[in-house]
Design a protein around this ligand. Structure first.
Ligand SMILES: *Cc1c(COP(=O)(O)O)cnc(C)c1O
Length: 365
């Protein structure tokens, strides 16, 4: 058997007719950027995320960059986040000129709230908690600390679309939140895309200006802006896909339960879910001290896997200037050597899941 880590064609094939109908609707409309499709998707997506405003942009990275800019983040400021995230969380901070400050992680692979307060300085402007792998940060405590220090919070929801904490959906806890529609994400476009959601009208207006060359009105730029828009074809595709999100997330959760019940190999540590949260399993990340050997073994048995992420940000040469922060990141560094992501996309077949479980249980060192 050969099982890919992820395969987008399976989802496309399942809903091909709906997708093609959506694309044709846009083609026939003759309007391709910033039109009714985008506006409609912003509204329905924001509503699903329990927020009044949505701003469609070109990517999750741009969503973070524009959200930070809308809050006035600039050179000399500090933004707190984690070092085990996808690089774009950090590159977006750097694009504003601000400096990332890393906090170590807890046993759920998200920001360790007990270490948050000592990372705050007079330069801190924003905290970006990352709901990594589809698991949720301790937003109750993060919001309390942020309010006490008058800091803004931008949730990085790129991997957590649909996850909740104490029944409140991720993306509705912070001042703003950012989503990615990169094809592998829980809600994926057929190309790049991103969205900012917020409940602040003023921030909505600023973000809409920033994504369109900083224009306040026709051909009048109030500030340095960008060209970063969610195009009409992607918006139409995402409108078609959005109603499927609950069933897709439920399937991811079902696969996670099957893995949890089936994997009994003592060399493998299974992921924990934060109490009070619903995890949407963008990734199913196990840990093992025999990672290299296990990866070779899985490859030999035709099972795709991945590492998210193998190098903490300050350990990458592009971010060598942050290397002095490495000493505070003991858990992050240890975990990065042991994590391994198993296939968990909704279209995975039960026979494939059984084969993966059986193969993992037969692994010996
Ligand atoms: C994917 C991702 C992003 C960036 O999204 P793009 O759409 O690829 O720019 C940001 N943060 C996290 C945690 C991600 O997984």
């Amino acid at each position: 058997m050969k099982i890919p880590f992820f395969q987008s064609i399976r989802q496309y094939t399942a809903i091909k007719k709906e997708i093609q109908k959506a694309i044709n609707r846009v083609l026939d409309s003759g309007w391709y950027v910033l039109g009714s499709e985008g506006k409609h998707f912003e509204q329905v997506f924001a509503k699903t995320m329990n927020s009044p405003f949505g701003i469609g942009v070109n990517s999750g990275t741009d969503a973070l960059k524009i959200a930070l800019r809308s809050l006035g983040v600039t050179e000399g400021d500090e933004v707190i986040t984690v070092a085990n995230t996808a690089v774009p969380t950090v590159s977006a901070i750097r694009e504003t000129g601000a400096m990332p400050v890393f906090v170590d992680i807890d046993q759920y692979y998200t920001l360790d709230v007990t270490k948050l307060e000592c990372a705050i300085t007079s330069k801190t402007k924003v905290i970006i908690p990352v709901h990594l792998y589809g698991g949720v940060c301790d937003m109750k405590v993060i919001m309390k600390i942020a309010r006490r220090h008058k800091l803004k919070v931008i949730e990085d929801c790129a991997q957590s679309t649909g996850a909740t904490y104490h029944k409140k959906i991720t993306g509705s806890w912070g001042d703003m939140s950012c989503f990615s529609f990169y094809p592998t994400k829980n809600l994926g476009a057929l190309g790049d895309g991103g969205m900012i959601v917020t409940s602040h009208k003023k921030l909505d207006q600023t973000c809409k200006m920033l994504r369109m060359y900083g224009m306040e009105k026709g051909y009048y730029s109030k500030t340095d802006g960008y060209n970063s828009r969610l195009d009409e074809i992607q918006a139409a595709i995402l409108t078609t896909k959005l109603p499927h999100l609950p069933e897709w997330n439920a399937r991811r959760q079902e696969i996670a339960s099957l893995y949890r019940a089936g994997i009994t190999n003592p060399h493998i540590i299974l992921p924990e879910t934060r109490p009070g949260s619903t995890h949407v399993f963008h990734l199913f990340v196990i840990r093992t001290t025999h990672r290299q050997k296990l990866m070779e073994y899985l490859a030999l048995h035709g099972i795709g896997c991945g590492i998210h992420y193998p190098y903490p940000i300050p350990e990458q040469s592009g971010y060598a200037y942050l290397k002095n922060q490495s000493k505070n990141l003991g858990v992050t560094k240890q975990v990065s050597k042991e994590i391994l992501s198993l296939p968990i996309f909704p279209e995975l077949k039960n026979s494939e899941i059984s084969y993966i479980i059986k193969t993992l249980n037969n692994f010996s060192v």
